[in-house]
Design a protein around this ligand. Structure first.
Ligand SMILES: Nc1ncnc2c1ncn2[C@@H]1O[C@H](COP(=O)(O)OP(=O)(O)OP(=O)(O)O)[C@@H](O)[C@H]1O
Length: 273
């Protein structure tokens, strides 16, 4: 399918762009000592969709994202990625298989430029070792040029050309979040996990971030799993939403269905506790 066709399908909003299940989480339970962070949670993520995870503070959202990319290993349950079981996957393997993520608290090298930070997203794609750099200079050079080309593409896509040489620590918060998205995109992920990409942003910055998330999904077909507290944003951009509360799943479905779910309303209004 051509990129334009894909964007067209997405724009029609009729769900035709959504594909097969790529990540299937079955009966996941995770505890830390006596704290049950996740209890018997099952849901799936389909190819090309925007899947949001919401829930009050401490509900288990970040823990779930950490299970998805192998930072945490659940004590119970199964995880299937493209139909293959993966019990003890580590974050490095997850990244090598096309799962990239951003973090709740920005995790960038503050003293390094935007360009260099985004370049670190290419690390896993770099094939030439230091020795090869010394022995096969030409090959290493070609590889370097290709990585730089990809990074420049990401910079153009995110409209941050004018700050490409600026140290990240000097940028306003909203732009730092955009650079973090850039670093994740440089890895050319098929599954992108975003942990509160709009937290702490003003309205304009949120609108920009929303647009970039939708564009990544439309233009590259990237599957996106998103944790976000801003309900307006979640309901606007998600195909399906899963709701956690005290480590349990209390809702799952398209935004309109979730919005009208009595348990979800109770959890958010605090009447269930
Ligand atoms: N590494 C850890 N060690 C001990 N307890 C943890 C750890 N990570 C998470 N928890 C606990 O697990 C529960 C779920 O936390 P988690 O951060 O996943 O929730 P969350 O929904 O992402 O919250 P928030 O919206 O505040 O970020 C909490 O009770 C938290 O204290």
């Amino acid at each position: 399918m051509m990129m334009n066709d894909m964007a067209q399908d997405a724009a029609t909003g009729d769900g035709r762009r959504i594909g097969e299940v790529i990540l299937d989480l079955q009966h996941i339970s995770l505890s830390f000592g006596g704290v049950n962070a996740l209890t018997d949670i099952s849901f799936d993520v389909r190819e090309h969709e925007i899947r949001s995870i919401i829930g009050p503070n401490g509900a288990g959202k970040s823990s779930m994202l950490n299970v998805m990319n192998g930072v945490y290993h659940p004590q119970k349950g199964n995880i299937l990625f493209r139909g293959e079981p993966r019990q003890k996957m580590d974050p490095h393997t997850a990244a090598a298989q096309g799962i990239a993520r951003t973090f709740q608290n920005i995790a960038l090298f503050k003293g390094m430029s935007v360009l260099d930070n985004i370049m670190t997203g290419r690390n896993l794609k770099m094939k030439c070792s230091l020795l090869e750099h010394a022995l096969f200079w030409g090959r290493a050079q070609r590889e370097e040029i290709e990585h730089r080309r990809k990074v420049e593409e990401v910079i153009d896509f995110l409209e941050i050309q004018s700050i490409r040489k600026t140290p990240v620590g000097r940028l306003p918060y909203g732009l730092q979040k955009r650079v973090e998205l850039g670093r994740a995109l440089a890895a050319e992920p098929t599954l992108l996990l975003l942990d509160e990409p709009m937290a702490g942003m003003n309205v304009e910055e949120k609108q920009d971030m929303c647009r970039f998330i939708l564009d990544v999904n439309d233009q590259f077909g990237t599957t996106i799993v998103l944790i976000e507290h801003d309900m307006g944003v979640v309901m606007d951009i998600s195909d399906r939403v899963v709701v956690l509360d005290y480590g349990k799943k209390i809702g799952d479905g398209p935004p309109d269905e979730v919005k009208n779910n009595a348990d979800v309303i109770a959890a958010y209004l605090g009447t269930s506790h």
